[in-house]
Design a protein around this ligand. Structure first.
Ligand SMILES: [Zn+2]
Length: 276
């Protein structure tokens, strides 16, 4: 009898623990041992950020500062801008992706350009980046001896992945860049709407995905998520990543189509998020 009671108490305890896990917005990926090591702790409730409005007309409340670490650096050109604030979902997406690429290729550091200002709003030189859900990410690159290298600024590459002036001799590191994109589109927490990038770079990456026999679902996601931006510049020298509003940020946070079908609730979000 006592033993049975003990087992029942144990079961209740497990259910309670399970409930706590369900309530916690911890990334799915963080449940796996090796990723948990680098998965950042979630911000305390009062620090919980909120993206307000659209990516191109909005603001950021309680923005979270993305900090450099062993796997992630600020692109030097932007290091002094203090535009490294995002929603916690975006910040942690970058931390996870950086960690995962570094697991594949030790020593790798993700080169991050601007996110948003501490409170969002207009960011000079950008059409969006207003509500903490956009980030510019530099390409992984190789030097003339095929060694990973990091540049002071974003570097432009041609359709064959060769560096353009003043970066002649550099190569677009298709292996690590594909690894990055595949991680972004399969993240267990943040929902990536776009990876804006030039068409030629997109093609290099999709070719690499096929070469390494990436799962069809990952290839399909990458093919749809990587799009040519409508902005003036072609993003031939960096990725521009945008995530959707997190479910808890709505309805103050607003998205516009497309809504990718692999995110739960995508269809109902469409109705909920009509501008105006
Ligand atoms: Zn951008």
């Amino acid at each position: 009898m006592t033993r049975r009671l003990g087992i029942e108490l144990l079961l209740v305890g497990m259910v309670l623990a399970g409930g706590a896990l369900l309530l916690s917005p911890r990334p799915v990926a963080a449940e796996k041992g090796q990723i948990a090591a680098a998965a950042p702790s979630l911000p305390k409730p009062l620090r919980k950020s909120r993206s307000v409005g659209f990516a191109w007309r909005g603001k950021l409340e309680r923005g979270v500062l993305l900090k450099p670490n062993a796997q992630l650096r600020y692109v030097s050109e932007y290091a002094k801008t203090e535009h490294f604030y995002g929603t916690w979902q975006l910040v942690q997406l970058l931390e996870r992706a950086a960690f995962q690429v570094s697991q594949r290729v030790p020593g790798s550091r993700l080169s991050v350009g601007e996110l948003s200002a501490a409170q969002g709003g207009n960011l000079p030189g950008h059409a969006s980046h207003e509500s903490g859900r956009d980030v510019d990410v530099g390409f992984f690159m190789l030097d003339g001896a095929a060694r990973p290298m990091e540049a002071f600024a974003f570097a432009q590459f041609d359709a064959r992945g060769r560096g353009l002036a003043p970066n002649v001799g550099l190569r677009f590191d298709v292996r690590r860049n594909w690894e990055l994109v595949s991680r972004l589109v399969t993240d267990g927490e943040a929902r990536v709407q776009y990876v804006f990038v030039a068409p030629a770079i997109r093609q290099l990456l999709l070719d690499e995905g096929k070469r390494v026999r990436a799962p069809t679902t990952v290839l399909e996601r990458a093919a749809r998520v990587m799009v040519r931006p409508s902005e003036k510049h072609l993003h031939g020298n960096h990725f521009h990543v945008r995530i959707y509003c997190a479910p808890g940020e709505r309805p103050k946070c607003q998205d516009a189509p497309p809504y990718w079908p692999w995110y739960p609730g995508a269809a109902s979000e469409r109705a909920q998020n009509k501008p105006g």
